[in-house]
Structures are given as structure tokens and as C-alpha cells.
Write a protein that binds this ligand. Structure first.
Ligand code: PGA
Length: 255
């Protein structure tokens, strides 16, 4: 059985002090939440401070982005090894805000995914359709194109060790959550696609998170779907109590 991964994407929020406080509050409750995996992804400038606040609690640290090159003249960028150096085990790649605001392509995300895996980081690769794509009946096609493009050239073993996050763009930060059935449909399609592209064992192993307005009051329903293996949480991850409440929903469902 796949263990739930409850991941907080803090986006461009918190200060050094409030981020450390938030991480510390999550870390303090991590002991009771060991039935699920916990991950926090603060802004890159706060990674080291958040790592210190987590201490040896069972909360993994992830970045929200990275560059695919190892080092050199890439002003403003951060490499996979640098993320590892400050204690990251995970990195979110291809978040819809990076795709749609910063202009990242599937090709960019593919290079980053390969570099993250080569460095030993677990990529959390995001896919998701726009509202107009859903309304035009193109959801499955968009997800397939993003999946194939972002994960091109990976071995089955690498895919098994990658986390996929399905985040319908229209549900991110809008309070409009996908229904559990809408989420499950895409998650099941993704797992079927992984089985087709790789094999059944790989499809069974991959964790597919849902993201988009996950809150304590909808977490149980969403996490209760067969192919939903966790959540990527934006807004609600900024409040320790909400993040922990979502993790607790995962703990209850794991019993
Ligand atoms: P949200 O963000 O929970 O605020 O909708 C989710 C995400 O973008 O990862």
C-alpha cells in the first residue's frame, strides 16, 4: 500500500521567523502523524532555517523549483546539489505557477526532473489543466502531454521514485476544489498511463498527489479516493493547525 504524502507548498510566503515557527509547529506534532509522510517546501532562502527548525523530526524538506545545470554562470538559479546541501530531499517541479507565470515548458521541466533524480532528489512533478481546457474536454489530453513531456526518457525505476501531483489550475488558490470524482478520474487515468508507458508495478508504486484548494474539511473525501496518495497544499499549509488536520485525515484513512 502506498503511504500518503502530505506536502505543503508555501509558495512566496512567510518570513525567516514565521517560516521557522510554522515548521517547528508541524515538527512538534510529527510524532503522532507517522502513518503519513510529511513534507514542507518553503521559499529557497529559508530552506536552511526551516531545516534547523525541523531538527530531527520526521518532516521532509523540499524546494519549490531548481535549475537543471549543476553549477556555473546561471545568475539567480539554484542547483539540485545546493538543495541537497541544505537538507532537501524533494523538489517541486513544473508547478502551474511556474508553467503559466514563469513560462516553463515540459522540456524545461524534463531537464530539471532528470537533474533532480541524478542528484538523488525526489521530484514532485506537477501536471494540470486550465479551466478552458477542461471545458473543451481536453483534460486527459493535456495531462498526457504534460506527463509524457515532463518525464520523457526516465527509466521505470526513476518514475517509480517520482511523485506526481495533479493540480487542476482552476482549483489552485481559488477555493474551487475538484470533486473527489473529478480528482479520482484523472488520478486513475494517470496510473493507467504509467502502466502503459512503463509497467503495472511502476504504476502501483508511484504516488499521485492531488492539489488545489485542499482544506481540512475536504481532505478526507479527497484522500479517500483509491488513486489519491496524498495532497499538495498551498494556502492551508501556511497554518500549522490546518496542515496537521489534513495530515490527520490521512492518518485516519491509513488505519
Ligand atoms: P492551494 O495551492 O492549496 O492554495 O490551492 C495548491 C498548490 O498550488 O500547490
Amino acid at each position: 500500500m502506498r503511504k500518503f504524502l502530505i506536502a505543503g507548498n508555501w509558495k512566496m510566503n512567510t518570513t525567516a521567523a514565521s517560516g521557522a515557527e510554522l515548521a517547528g509547529a508541524v515538527a512538534a506534532q510529527a510524532g503522532e502523524l507517522s502513518a503519513v509522510d510529511l513534507l514542507v517546501c518553503p521559499p529557497s532562502v529559508y530552506l536552511a532555517g526551516v531545516k534547523a527548525a525541523i531538527g530531527d523530526a520526521n518532516v521532509a524538506l523540499g524546494a519549490q523549483n531548481m535549475y537543471h545545470e549543476a553549477s556555473g554562470a546561471f545568475t539567480g538559479e539554484v542547483s539540485a546539489d545546493m538543495l541537497k546541501d541544505v537538507g532537501c530531499t524533494h523538489v517541486i517541479l513544473g508547478h502551474s505557477e511556474r508553467r503559466h507565470i514563469l513560462g516553463e515548458t515540459d522540456e524545461d521541466i524534463n531537464k530539471k526532473t532528470k537533474a533532480a533524480l541524478a542528484a538523488g532528489l525526489i521530484p514532485v512533478v506537477c501536471v494540470g489543466e486550465l479551466l478552458e481546457e477542461r471545458e473543451a474536454g481536453k483534460t486527459a489530453e493535456v495531462i498526457q502531454t504534460q506527463f509524457d513531456g515532463s518525464l520523457a526518457g526516465l527509466t521505470a525505476e526513476q518514475v517509480a521514485g517520482t511523485v506526481i501531483a495533479y493540480e487542476p489550475v482552476w482549483a489552485i488558490g481559488t477555493g474551487k476544489v475538484a470533486t473527489p470524482e473529478q480528482a479520482e478520474e484523472v488520478h486513475a487515468d494517470l496510473r493507467k498511463l504509467i502502466a502503459e508507458r512503463y509497467n503495472a508495478a511502476t504504476a502501483e508504486a508511484v504516488r499521485i498527489l492531488y492539489g488545489g484548494s485542499v482544506k481540512p474539511d475536504n481532505a478526507t473525501e479527497l484522500l479517500g479516493q483509491d488513486d489519491v496518495d496524498g495532497a499538495l497544499i498551498g494556502g492551508a499549509s501556511l497554518k500549522a493547525a490546518d496542515f496537521v488536520a489534513i495530515a490527520k485525515a490521512g492518518v485516519e484513512l491509513s488505519k
